[in-house]
Design a protein around this ligand. Sequence first.
Ligand SMILES: [Zn+2]
Length: 175
Amino acid sequence: MPSGRTHDIVTYALVPPTFILAQWYWGDLLVSAVSTAAMVFAGLMFGPDLDVYSKQYRRWGLLRFLWYPYTAALGHRSRLSHGLVFSTVFRVLYFLVIILLLSTAALYLRQRYLYGAPTTIASEFRQVSEDLMTIWRSTDKQYFRAGFIGLWVGAAAHTVTDVLGSIAKMIWKSF
Ligand SMILES: [Zn+2]
């Protein structure tokens, strides 16, 4: 398996082509920057290897607990973490659900025990969901699309590197 360092180098090497392609496709500096930043983010810390105690996982620092269920539930190189097509969709959904649940819990505890206000988990959940929907509605969808494609490219580069690494190892062993 290629090391974390190899994956980092591949990620950095992809910065210029990603930006140039994005600029050619969208012709908008900000959108291109968003997609390139998303690609780097996926390559360094939002990628397939979050399914194992890896460089990507460690880079979350104090927030690495957010990925604990993901790491625990998925086997290394499972299709949900390393699959070319759906793994990025799955990771984004997982992350949104975790953020939704934690924000709900934090708001509930704050209202209840800090302010002593009467509230329920359900009403805090509704509030957080509405806030997320507001962000979604008020942001130009172009940025979400560019961001998602960037995340996908970063993760796909990782999976392709893993596959190429395995093939190279197989050829090496057969000599
Ligand atoms: Zn991997």
